[in-house]
Structures are given as structure tokens and as C-alpha cells.
Design a protein around this ligand. Structure first.
Ligand code: FAD
Ligand code: EGU
Length: 468
């Protein structure tokens, strides 16, 4: 049946993952309709919403390569070869991601989304419908219904409904009614706000360009990624409570003078006040669910299936990798959705849950102990071990950002490495303690002191030191 007629797919959501998925599905010869609730961002003047730029790493790049878009995206991105750690005292220290070819890219979310939509629409078999919001769907019949901005209802009937509609997915809501969906959602106490470091008056970058700038301050953290226009977008992470306690411009400047003093002249005091006072901190949510499909007509991918906190820079990358995984599984089952969808759910849930967990774990780690000194120390130790044992010690972030090692295997491998490290450390302790004991005995021998005398002397010494 599948080979006679080309499958017809409705992709709900024309965000990053939806637009890329449309490219993948069109390449398979499917007829694809993309439904996006917002207006066409290519025509919009201002686009509200999350993060202005994102870190693109290997998984995301690989997916873009597979639809022939890697080069164009890379042209519009800024490579980041290292992190730059900013201390409270204004000190800066770079820590490399790895070898020369191991770098991530700062890309503009809007530009990337526009490029993906245009690439999708280049296929004659892809049609994009903007200002179409999903209102309901039926996974038995393949019927989908949308409402337009004018309030008009639009219906369609397809072979497959793919939900790429983000963390608050409407398709997922329908999936919950149609199947026994395990679901977990967690908001963290932290929120984020985007600030900006403009270009210098001579139109230059005000900080080193090819870095992911980080200000680690335990409960607070700021990150900055470079933009093509020579500005930086800073993301300030802190608990909602702290945001709400900073009420006046004076509070704000006191806080920044205390925590991020070096960033004030870069942002400009007036601009900082202006942006902070006119913005609202935004929440971050982590969502896990399983399975990702129902029957042979419903599937969720991207944030709709696995929204994560941004502390690994992997949300989009994981969503892009979803598209690769689906593509490979559709190949394997010759586009038979009744077999491919359960297979996709089965392989992808373990990996998506693993990266959600890693991101949450890193959030907890960063907030509990990571000031700039500790951050530096940890990354340096990790890199040192990597240099000494390049084949057996691979830092976790390296596996996550620079390989396509399945996320759940990254965790497994890390545990294995940690066990080895623990053993190495304990044997170190063992040798040192053993060595000391051995030396002591040798000294006793030379001085002809019996071991009993020695213990007696130690007890004597101890007693004499005790306060009376
Ligand atoms: P979205 O981008 O949310 O797109 C969903 C689309 O569906 C939207 O266009 C929406 O309008 C549409 N839609 C929603 N509901 C409906 C409906 N009912 N009908 C029709 N359309 C609908 N990831 C990285 O890889 N690297 C990073 O550096 C990074 N940094 C981040 C920083 C922050 C502060 C945050 C919050 C996230 C970050 N992420 C990062 C994660 C990344 O933003 C997401 O994982 C990614 O945007 C997910 O793409 P998506 O297409 O699945 O969902
Ligand atoms: C957060 C917000 C540094 C963009 C995790 C590293 C991030 C990004 C790190 C945001 C950190 C944290 C890694 C990359 C990246 C690091 C990573 C986090 C991009 C473990 C726009 N994180 N991010 N880890 O190693 O693997 O540099 O908003 F501060 S890129 Cl939290 Cl590689």
C-alpha cells in the first residue's frame, strides 16, 4: 500500500524541529503539510519567544548535513572553540573544548528557523500553513483540525500526524487521551532573562569572539554567546525569588556590582537597567514521557517529546537527532508506520530521557557548588585525564557535544570511567598509606625499636597532648 501512494504527513509545528523534519520527510518522497500557529517569521518584524541564539553541536550539524544545509548554517554561525570563564574579580580564563576541530557554533535561532522553512518549502511536496493552530486530531482516522487567526476551522486527513509543536505540545495532549502515556513535568526554581552586550562604538566585539562566555556563581549563572552583528546575547539564570527581590534600579546595580562587575561596562549601565526593568524572567521546564507514538498514525518529536533544561545546550541538537533516528528507522521498515513508530519510540525514549537527566543533573551540579574556581578545576582535571588517556578517558561533554554516541551510552560510559577513576584514586591512597607504614616499620627496625614500644610511645604522646 505504502509503495503505491506516497504517504501524506501533517507536521504540527514549524519551529526548528518541525521545519527540519519536513525536509527529511520530503526527501523520502512524502507529501508534507506543515502547520504553524504563529505567523510566518520570515515576514514578521519582531518574533517574541525564547533564546536569541543557540549552541549547535555535532548531533545537530549531522542532521543538517543530511538534508544538505550544513554549509549554509555554518556560514551564518560563529565557532566557539573554548569556554571563557569570568571570575568575580574580572579575571578571564579560557578552557578549550578539545582539539582544533572540536568546537560548537553559535547560531541565530530566527535565522536558522527561516532557513529551514525556506529549505522545506523548496520541495514541491511541502506546503506550510501559518497561523494554523491545532485544535484536535484523531489517531485512528488521521484527521487533524486547525483554527486560523481569523477563526476559520480547517480540516485535513493524513496517514501520519507528527507533533513537533514544542514543550506545551497539543499533539501530546491528544496522545494522552489516546494511549497510556507516562508523563513527568518539572519546573525548576530558576528562571532566565536575556540581556545584551552591544558592539563597541567602532563596531567590534567587546569580548573575545570565539568563546562561550560563562560567569559561574553557584546559585547564579550568566552565559554569553556571540552574534553575527558583533553583539553578545547574555542569558542570566537565577531563582525567580532573586529576580523578584531585585525591584529597583539600585537593587539591580548593587547585585551586578557584587556578582558580575566586569559585565556592567560591557552591557552599559543604562541599557542593562532598561532591558532588566522591561523584561520578565522566563521559566524552564523538563518534560519526560513515554511512549512517543500511538498506533500507526501519531508521533511526537523534539521538545514535544522531551523538553529539557538548557544546561547542556542539547535541546535543539537532540530534536535534530530525532529526525535522523526516524529517517533511519523508516528506511529499516520501508515506510511501514505500524512497525516504524513503535521501533522509534523504543530506541529514542532511553536516549531522550538520558539527555533530560544529564541536563537536570548538570543544573543541580552548577547551582550547588560551582563557582568559577571549581568549574575551572573540574574541567581542567577532565581535560588532563583526556590528554593522558585519550582512548579510555573521554569527558562526558565531549561524548555529548562532539560525538553521536547514544545519550544513554554516554551515561553508561561515564559511570564506567568514574568507577575506574575511583579505583585509581583508592589504589593511590592504598600505596601512600602502605608506603608510610612500611617506612615506619623500617625506621623501627633500624633504631631497634620494637613495634610494641612504638605503639606505647604513640599512646604516651597522645596522652601527653590531651588536655587535663
Ligand atoms: P519549538 O522551538 O518550541 O517549536 C515549536 C513550534 O510549534 C513553535 O513554532 C510553535 O509556535 C508551534 N506550535 C506550538 N503549539 C502549536 C499548535 N497547537 N499548533 C500549531 N503549532 C504549534 N538547545 C540547543 O541545542 N542549544 C542551545 O544552546 C540551547 N539553548 C537554550 C537556551 C534556553 C534559554 C532555552 C529555553 C532553550 C535552549 N535550547 C537549546 C533548547 C531549544 O530551544 C529547544 O530544544 C528547541 O527549540 C526545540 O525545538 P522544537 O521545534 O521541538 O520546539
Ligand atoms: C546554556 C544556556 C558550560 C546556551 C554546560 C558547559 C547553555 C548554552 C556545559 C544557553 C556550561 C553548562 C555545553 C556545551 C553548552 C560547557 C556542555 C549550555 C550552551 C557541559 C543560550 N553546554 N551550553 N556543558 O561545557 O556540554 O561549556 O543559552 F555553563 S554548549 Cl551549564 Cl558543549
Amino acid at each position: 500500500m505504502m509503495s503505491e501512494k506516497k504517504p501524506h504527513v501533517a507536521v504540527v509545528g514549524g519551529g526548528l524541529v518541525g521545519a527540519l523534519n519536513a525536509c527529511f520527510l520530503a526527501k523520502r518522497g512524502f507529501k508534507v503539510d506543515v502547520y504553524e500557529k504563529r505567523e510566518d517569521i520570515r515576514k514578521a518584524e519582531h518574533v517574541k519567544g525564547r533564546s536569541i541564539n543557540l549552541a549547535l553541536s555535532t548531533r545537530g550539524r549531522t542532521a543538517l548535513r543530511m538534508v544538505g544545509l550544513e554549509d549554509e548554517v555554518i556560514k551564518n554561525g560563529i565557532p566557539m572553540h573554548a569556554r571563557m570563564i569570568h571570575g568575580v574579580d574580572g579575571s578571564r580564563q579560557p578552557i578549550l573544548y578539545g582539539k582544533k576541530d572540536q568546537f560548537i557554533m553559535s547560531v541565530d535561532r530566527r535565522k536558522l528557523n527561516e532557513l529551514l522553512l525556506s529549505a522545506a518549502e523548496k520541495n514541491p511536496s511541502v506546503t506550510c500553513f501559518f497561523e494554523h493552530k491545532l485544535v484536535g486530531c484523531d489517531f485512528k482516522t488521521g484527521e487533524v483540525e486547525f483554527i486560523t487567526n481569523e477563526g476559520k476551522r480547517v480540516k485535513n486527513k493524513v496517514d501520519l500526524i507528527v507533533g513537533n509543536d514544542g514543550a506545551f505540545s497539543g499533539v501530546r495532549k491528544e496522545l494522552m487521551k489516546a494511549t497510556l502515556l507516562d508523563f513527568q513535568q518539572q519546573y525548576i526554581p530558576h528562571s532566565y532573562m536575556e540581556l545584551t552586550i552591544p558592539p563597541s562604538p567602532t563596531n567590534e566585539f567587546l569580548m573575545e569572539k570565539n568563546y562561550l562566555h560563562i560567569w559561574p556563581r553557584n546559585e547564579f549563572m550568566m552565559i554569553a554567546l556571540p552574534n553575527l552583528d558583533k553583539s553578545f546575547t547574555c542569558t542570566l539564570f537565577m531563582p525567580f525569588k532573586i529576580f523578584s527581590d531585585i525591584k529597583t534600579e539600585e537593587d539591580l546595580m548593587n547585585f551586578f556590582n557584587d556578582k558580575f562587575p566586569d559585565s556592567i561596562p560591557l552591557m552599559g549601565e543604562e541599557t542593562l537597567k532598561e532591558i532588566y526593568m522591561s523584561s520578565k524572567p522566563l521559566p524552564m521546564v523538563s518534560i519526560k514521557c513515554s511512549p512517543y507514538h500511538v498506533g500507526d498514525k501519531g508521533l511526537i518529536m523534539g521538545d514535544a517529546a522531551h523538553a529539557m533544561v538548557p544546561f547542556y545546550g542539547q535541546g535543539m541538537n537532540a530534536g535534530f537527532e530525532d529526525c535522523i533516528v526516524l529517517d533511519e528507522i523508516l528506511d529499516m521498515y520501508q515506510n511501514d508506520f505500524s512497525k516504524a513508530l513503535p521501533a522509534y519510540s523504543k530506541t529514542r525514549t532511553v536516549d531522550a530521557q538520558a539527555i533530560c537527566d544529564l541536563a537536570m543533573y548538570n543544573y543541580i551540579e552548577m547551582r550547588k557548588s560551582v563557582n568559577s574556581k571549581l568549574f575551572l578545576l573540574r574541567k581542567k582535571l577532565d581535560n588532563l585525564l583526556f590528554t593522558i588517556f585519550p582512548n579510555s578517558w573521554i569527558p562526558l561533554y565531549t561524548m555529548v557535544a562532539f560525538t553521536r554516541t547514544r545519550y544513554h551510552l554516554c551515561i553508561e560510559r561515564r559511570k564506567h570511567q568514574d568507577e575506574i577513576l575511583t579505583k585509581v584514586l583508592w589504589s593511590g591512597v592504598f600505596f601512600i598509606v602502605g608506603g608510610c607504614a612500611f617506612s615506619l616499620l623500617k625506621i623501627c627496625n633500624q633504631k631497634e625499636i620494637s613495634f610494641h614500644d612504638l605503639t606505647d610511645r604513640v599512646v604516651e604522646l597522645w596522652e601527653s597532648l590531651k588536655p587535663v
